[in-house]
Design a protein around this ligand. Structure first.
Ligand code: MN
Ligand code: MN
Length: 414
């Protein structure tokens, strides 16, 4: 059935490929001889008899029928939480995409988690630093710093947190319906299922040591869980102020908050095409190893051609429909399609741009293993290089080059 050339999906792909074949290009698609534009002799070059899965294939028009300027191959830079297996427990679930699943993602790994109202991600700590972004609902976070100063805060949709490597913390969903969030670790190999859990340590410490350590009788611990809780259904917490008062010790509170309202912050840049909000150690002081940008692109807008000098870019696609092309030496250029829940990755210094190809706002997050956000705009470079120099490279006259954006709009049109 799937292999029949009469399948509508096959006809669609043929039409799409034929359209791509006719698409204008100023590239040199004949060297190397790659791309639908070269398939002029036999139209069957554009067909896709199968086997195929139209539901999955239909999500990737740019892979099925690449732009005429694309030339592969490149390490896969698309991944997704949508097909990542969930670990479901009473109280919520977690799923993750690490470098073990996504070879290119060396600097960052990602976790997607849901906690019910009252659902608890067990008290724990780990080797990597953790950066979180709330995509739904509300959550109470707790963390203790290395000077014994405790922090408790409630975060809601659009808020972020940062827990430095090794600091112990917990997460709990709040009413009415808990939360869903993204976690990033500043190490592509870090895994959510390999964290140090408070229950595991208790269960693997002799009762007499527990008694000596805590200064209470050993039978105090006769009912501790013998298996880790990881995620479990708890009682919804009371008022935030009460929790904050309860944790305050002699050392007081940490001097800087471990949470930040990224979604509600003033845009770093706003144009007709969209806006970008940035959180790094400059405004979210504790975030020493993660910098992030929340990018919104209006329909038809483009996140301008650019690259990042200071780190790989790990992306979480939040809303809308996007398409990204990545450029590297070779030359290589590969285009992929992105939907909500997908993950993208761009190696340091590789050129890229993002288009909103849907009819609603496109939103995605750029995450970097760096203390600061930095990018280099192609247009900025071309308008801040002697015009005669640029004109000789592009065969474009200097008057026209002077019309290029010269103040890094981030999202076009200006
Ligand atoms: Mn954690
Ligand atoms: Mn970028």
């Amino acid at each position: 059935m799937e292999a029949s050339p009469k399948q509508p999906g096959v006809e669609d792909s043929l039409r799409a490929a034929a359209k791509t074949a006719r698409a204008p290009t100023f590239g040199n698609p004949d060297q190397p001889p790659q791309g639908a534009i070269n398939a002029e002799g036999n139209p069957a070059s554009l067909t896709d008899p199968g086997p195929r899965n139209p539901a999955i294939g239909g999500q990737f028009p740019s892979a099925q029928s690449p732009p005429a300027t694309d030339v592969g191959d490149m390490p896969m830079f698309w991944a997704s939480f949508n097909n990542a297996p969930k670990r479901i427990q009473d109280g919520g679930w977690a799923r993750q995409v690490t470098q073990f699943d996504f070879a290119i993602a060396e600097e960052i790994s990602g976790v997607n988690m849901r906690l019910t109202a009252g659902g608890i991600r067990e008290m724990h700590w780990h080797l990597a630093a953790e950066w979180g972004f709330v995509s739904y609902g509300a959550c109470r976070v707790t963390v203790l710093d290395e000077k014994g100063r405790a922090y408790v805060a409630d975060v809601k949709e659009g808020d972020i947190w940062y827990f430095p490597a090794g600091l112990p913390h917990s997460l709990q969903g709040l009413g009415p319906d808990g939360c869903e969030f993204l976690l990033c670790f500043d190490d592509g190999k870090a895994t959510e299922y390999n964290t140090l859990l408070v229950t595991d340590w208790f269960a693997h410490t002799p009762p007499d040591i527990l008694a000596a350590n805590f200064g209470v009788p050993a039978d105090t611990f006769s009912k501790i869980p013998l298996n880790q809780l990881y995620i479990f259904q708890g009682k919804e917490p009371g008022a935030l102020a009460a929790d904050q008062a309860a944790v305050k010790g002699a050392m007081g509170f940490p001097p800087q908050p471990f949470t930040f309202s990224l979604g509600a912050s003033a845009p770093a840049r706003q144009t007709r095409g969209g806006e970008v909000r940035v959180a790094d150690s400059g405004n979210f002081h504790v975030s020493k190893t993660i910098a992030a940008a929340l990018v919104t692109i209006r329909p038809g807008g483009v996140r301008e051609m650019h690259w990042h000098p200071n780190g790989d870019e790990w992306q979480y696609w939040v809303k809308g429909k996007g398409r990204m092309t990545v450029f590297n030496t070779g030359p290589k250029a590969v285009t992929m399609d992105f939907n909500p829940g997908d993950i993208g990755y761009v190696k340091r210094a590789n050129g890229h741009y993002v288009q909103n190809i849907g009819d609603t706002d496109l939103q995605f997050i750029e995450v970097f293993r760096s203390s600061y956000f930095a990018d280099v705009s192609l247009s900025d470079w071309l308008t801040h290089t002697p015009p005669a120099m640029v004109a000789q490279h592009l065969n474009v006259d200097e008057e026209t080059i002077a019309k290029f954006p010269n103040n890094e709009p981030v999202v076009m049109p200006e």
